[in-house]
Design a protein around this ligand. Structure first.
Ligand code: ADP
Ligand code: MG
Ligand code: ZN
Length: 474
């Protein structure tokens, strides 16, 4: 960034749709796409006389999200009406939480060690969708009343890279604990980005603009960088930044002030009279805590510190919850975690190409079948190559390792047999031997190859190399 004298400050408000079966206050189904206005009822349309009932699962998911981000949970929080008029909001108010949110005071630690404070997480309902088409605008209320959480951070980000890491980590975490699919393109995760600049070293923050409804990380970064430059220029030229709500024009790559509902600052919040407060006693909060799986960051610690995996392999395994749970199960049944991780990351992971496939991780080999194969390898009954070939057959057929391995295969390979084969390799390849003795160290690999072929892959390549070296220096 070229404005050296100005520092960037960003705060994020992230909306995440919860993966509940039904909406926040009625039993209409939650879903993506489909026939417009096919998933609505008097409650989510706000027809007179209808009464909302709070979705317990949504509250539970929101608490899970809060706990995963180290938030405190209010035993009693309140639903409020946020009043505004807009065509996508048939009730002319949104049920949200104003002064007493469900969760507060959390944080997320970035890879640099920097802590991003989470101010609050509250529950609310989504609005409908306006569909602009050839000069006319249609309204689809299917999304009306879909449960949302809004996660608000303190203005703690000082670069767009930090924003990227936060959003990606948040997305991973929420998917991992199973509260949302967080698909930015489909709108199940959307970010409002608050941006300001201030003179380097200055204590007070500058005036901010808020860019609404960003639906990709790449665009968020473009928008932040554009705003940083624009605001820096304004200040440098002696002007003042106006606090306003903006949208990002993806095609032009610029932010544009919006004249919208957000201009009216007064939402006339008041308690939702049709709902009781959201009450959770400590026992209920504990019970919800039990439902959260071990978080990716904690798992990475166990994998590296207790199981001896590399950090890269550990990160690979926790990227998708099913894969890491599959791995956990294999490790529970077999002693060799490192080998198991290599099979999963290498041979099994490469079967899938799309994100959805990786997330589903549907393989024909059960954890206990893989554990059996890994055990055969660890006990030295089969070598790495045979294990690999066998796993391929298992993945295609869903059958266990023993279906493909004979007594002969599992007999292993004795020191003596190896010795005899190495001698044979030397006898039959005099040219290679003289190359090696003449100083071409790499020539030995040709002899190792010979031994591997003759033993049908059963010999251990490292041991063969060692034996060959000894034989040729004696
Ligand atoms: P509102 O409710 O009007 O959107 P809030 O005070 O709740 O305003 O702040 C919303 C978001 O704006 C928060 O994420 C906060 O961190 C961020 N924010 C507040 N002040 C600044 C600032 N000066 N620069 C950047 N972000 C800011
Ligand atoms: Mg806001
Ligand atoms: Zn409904």
């Amino acid at each position: 960034m070229k404005y050296k004298n100005y520092e960037l400050t960003v705060g994020l408000e992230t909306h995440i749709e919860l993966s509940t079966k039904t909406k926040m206050f009625c039993s209409c189904e939650v879903g993506f796409a489909g026939e417009p206005n096919s998933r609505c009822c008097p409650v989510c349309l706000g027809l007179p006389g209808s009464l909302p009932v709070i979705n317990r699962q949504a509250v539970e998911y929101a608490v899970m999200a809060g706990l995963a981000l180290s938030c405190k949970i209010n035993n009693s929080s309140y639903m409020d009406r946020k009043n505004y008029s807009y065509p996508d909001l048939p009730k002319a108010y949104q049920i949200s939480q104003f002064d007493v949110p469900l969760c507060y005071d959390g944080f997320m630690t970035l890879s640099t060690g920097k802590v991003i404070r989470i101010t609050r997480i509250h529950i609310e309902e989504d609005a409908g969708k306006l569909v602009h088409n050839k000069g006319e605008t249609l309204v689809d209320y299917n999304r009306c009343g879909v449960p949302l959480i809004e996660i608000v951070t303190e203005p703690d980000f000082s670069s767009s890279e930090e924003v990227r890491e936060y959003v990606e980590k948040l997305q991973h975490l929420m998917r991992y604990i199973g509260v949302s699919d967080c698909r930015m393109q489909e709108g199940s995760m959307r970010c409002d980005v608050n941006v300001s600049v201030k003179t380097a070293g200055c204590e007070t923050l500058g005036v901010r603009t808020e860019i609404k409804n960003m639906n990709s990380v790449a665009n968020m970064i473009r928008a932040i960088e554009y705003e940083y430059t624009r605001q820096s220029k304004v200040i440098e030229q002696g002007g003042m930044v106006t606090q306003e709500t903006m949208r990002f024009d993806e095609a032009k790559g610029v932010t544009i002030p919006m004249r919208s509902k957000e201009d009216a600052r007064d939402y006339r919040f008041f308690r939702e009279p049709d709902l009781l407060c959201v009450h959770l006693d400590d026992k209920e909060i504990e019970d919800i805590k039990e439902k959260i799986p071990m978080l990716p960051s904690d798992k990475i610690k166990v994998y590296t510190e207790e199981l001896g995996l590399s950090i890269t392999d550990a990160q690979h395994l926790v990227k998708y919850r099913r894969i890491s749970e599959y791995f956990d199960e294999v490790v529970r049944l077999s002693p060799c975690a490192i080998k198991a991780s290599k099979f999963i990351i290498g041979q099994m992971f490469s079967l899938f190409s799309t994100e959805a496939e990786k997330e589903a991780f549907s393989v024909k080999v059960s954890p206990s079948q893989l554990a059996e194969l890994v055990a055969l390898f660890c006990e030295g009954k089969i070598n790495s190559n045979l294990a690999k070939v066998t796993l391929d057959k298992m993945l295609l057929s869903g059958k266990g390792a023993m279906e493909f391995l004979s007594e002969e295969d599992m007999r292993g390979f004795t020191e003596e047999e190896l010795y005899i084969l190495c001698q044979k390799a030397i006898e039959q390849n005099p040219n290679v031997v003289s190359d090696y003795k003449g100083g071409k160290d790499k020539a030995i690999m040709a002899l190792v190859g010979f031994v591997m072929r003759e033993s049908k892959g059963k010999a251990n390549a490292d041991k063969a190399k060692e034996t060959l070296k000894k034989l040729m220096t004696d």
